[in-house]
Design a protein around this ligand. Structure first.
Ligand code: NAD
Length: 248
């Protein structure tokens, strides 16, 4: 899809991977809607995009709240009356012993990381199908495929995204809407900006990822001519999930 003036929504676009995705779409001439519960961060990204001549708008939304999502899409219907691309990126991680994890904490992770993907996608498709074209990319994680202790809620939310991606791709394909997901390995962002040598060598590429590695993949999946890629989980992890533990 030629991205000039295409309306592209990125959840969690105020920081980290989402920020890099927002700037990439801004550079391509898309109209970028940056959704974040941190409005100040979203507004900073808007200013950065405007500084290079791009078009961007910030929205204060907590994607774990269904009412916030309804309100957001009402505004999009009124102000833009179309949506071409949705990147479901907002997410949180909580690593707690399964014996100490509270039901509220489980719900917070699942509602933020997984339920929001379904609710935002369902609203997005109502707009996309008017033009019979659209592309959705969900940010899952390699934690859907391999895991570590105390990651139950996060791993379940990301595994859920992979399965949800398949289901939605099947439901929405008749309207020419693609749904894919990306499973990143370690990416240097906020909580994960202090990664050390032990983290780098887990990857065949011998480095952890950068937000731009994921932003470029979002662009690729949503580009014109790539609509044969549908319902897939693109693993971008520098080969982490392919690497066995071995002695050099
Ligand atoms: P980050 O913390 O740097 O940025 C996340 C952004 O999402 C923040 O701006 C935050 O305010 C926003 N956000 C969080 N909860 C929200 C909510 N309820 N409503 C609206 N906005 C909300 O995180 P990141 O590292 O850039 O991660 C982005 C996505 O990539 C997440 O889904 C994460 O699980 C996934 N991921 C990250 C890594 C990694 O190593 N960084 C690896 C695999 C997957």
């Amino acid at each position: 899809m030629d991205l000039v003036n295409k309306v592209s929504l990125i959840t969690g676009g105020g920081n980290g991977i989402g920020k890099s995705v927002a700037k990439e779409y801004g550079q391509q001439g898309a109209i970028v809607l940056i959704v974040d519960k941190d409005l100040v961060a979203a507004q900073i990204v808007v200013e950065e995009i405007k500084s290079f001549g791009g078009q961007a708008f910030a929205f204060h939304v907590d994607v774990s709240k269904p009412f916030d999502i309804e309100d957001l899409f009402e505004k999009i219907r009124k102000d833009f009356d179309r949506l071409d691309i949705l990147i479901n990126n907002a997410g949180i991680s909580k690593f707690t012993s399964p014996f100490e994890l509270l039901v509220d904490q489980w719900d917070e992770v699942i509602n933020t990381n997984l339920r929001s993907v379904f609710l935002c996608s369902r609203e997005a498709v109502k707009l996309m199908r008017k033009n019979k074209v659209g592309s959705i990319v969900n940010i899952a994680s390699t934690r859907a495929l391999m895991s570590e202790p105390n990651s139950e809620a996060y791993a379940a939310s990301k595994g859920g995204i992979v399965a949800l991606t398949h289901a939605m791709a099947a439901s929405f394909s008749k309207d020419n809407i693609q749904v894919n997901c990306i499973s990143p390995g370690w990416i240097e962002t906020g909580d994960y900006s202090q990664l050390d040598e032990a983290d780098h060598v887990q990857h065949l590429s011998n480095r952890v990822g950068k937000p731009e590695d994921i932003a470029k993949a979002c662009l690729y999946l949503t580009q014109a001519g790539n609509n044969f890629i549908n319902g897939t989980n693109l693993i971008i992890d520098g080969g982490m999930t392919s690497k066995m533990i071995y002695e050099e």
